[in-house]
Write a protein that binds this ligand. Structure first.
Ligand SMILES: NC(=O)c1ccc[n+]([C@@H]2O[C@H](COP(=O)([O-])OP(=O)(O)OC[C@H]3O[C@@H](n4cnc5c(N)ncnc54)[C@H](OP(=O)(O)O)[C@@H]3O)[C@@H](O)[C@H]2O)c1
Length: 259
């Protein structure tokens, strides 16, 4: 049986680049997005592989359930949870429906699709789950003035890092690889769709992000940071996380005790 990948957000940018690259590598594909014209365009451009299109809105329960059903029933060798929006805005000004959309697309959908795909991958003894997050996952401590307002978006990306690391550990020895990709700024439609002009900011291409992800899998990376030259920096972050985690005790730390 050949390889079959499902890519969410395959209608533009990084997801489209993943779908293109996987098609070039002989993968059959399930491509997911809301823009039906783009999905049809992808099929027409790739007669060399089998492509199933799924027009689904991953901010809705129905959309997530429809795609999860495919993840549970099709023999996927790869799932790429890529669809996303950022909605950069101060939290109090972020409309409730946009906050819910963001969390559904970037947190709930990847969770439910991964959950649905794992059992079959386990049975088949192989599979790859790629979650597309971003370096903003690590931006929590950045000074207020340097970054766009991003609490929910940053939180959603940090969730993807944490679930990818823990799921990877959970699935050790099953033949399933889990990776989270953390690009910096990438030249896609992502920012312009939010009315932001990033054309003057140096940006990586979506294709380079895919190259890093696929090479990162070969290198055994769970966290892939395409634009970070020194991978040791990430290792240092995670070692520091573990050191803090391991340093906890049931006793109240001295600094919190009444003086
Ligand atoms: N561009 C960057 O600088 C950058 C940096 C770091 C991380 N990322 C991450 O990369 C991922 C891909 O973004 P991109 O840069 O390639 O942007 P993009 O060109 O805007 O692509 C976003 C994709 O997500 C899909 N999508 C959005 N909302 C959806 C929904 N409700 N249901 C289904 N699909 C939905 C879009 O498809 P439809 O509109 O057809 O539904 C589109 O295919 C995002 O998750 C983002 O967090 C981007």
């Amino acid at each position: 049986m050949g390889n079959l990948a499902l890519v969410t957000g395959a209608t533009s940018g990084i997801g489209r680049a993943f779908a293109e690259r996987l098609a070039a590598g002989g993968y059959d594909l399930v491509v997911v997005g809301r823009r039906r014209d783009r999905l049809a365009e992808f099929v027409a451009a790739h007669p060399e592989v089998k492509v199933k299109t799924v027009a689904a809105d991953l901010s809705t329960t129905a959309g997530i359930e429809a795609v999860a059903e495919i993840c549970a029933t099709e023999p996927l060798t790869m799932l790429v949870n890529n669809a996303g929006v950022a909605h950069y805005m101060p939290l109090a000004q972020l409309p409730a429906d946009k906050a819910a959309e963001l969390v559904n697309v970037k947190v709930l959908a990847p969770t439910m699709l991964s959950r649905a795909v794992v059992a079959g991958m386990r049975e088949r003894g192989q599979g790859t789950i790629i979650n597309v997050a971003g370096m903003i996952a690590f931006s929590g401590p950045a000074p207020h003035s340097q970054m766009p307002r991003r609490a929910v978006y940053a939180g959603s990306l940090a969730y993807l890092v944490a679930i990818s690391q823990t799921l990877s550990a959970e699935l050790e020895g099953t033949g399933i690889n889990v990776q989270v990709v953390c690009p910096g700024v990438v030249a896609t439609e992502f920012h312009e769709r939010q009315g932001l002009d990033m054309s003057r900011v140096p940006r990586m291409t979506a294709d380079e992000v895919v190259t890093a992800s696929l090479r990162g899998l070969e290198l055994g990376e769970i966290v892939c940071a395409p634009g970070v030259e020194d991978a040791g920096l990430l290792d240092a972050v995670f070692q520091a996380n573990l050191a803090a985690f391991g340093a906890q005790s049931p006793e109240l730390a001295t600094r919190y005790r009444a003086v």
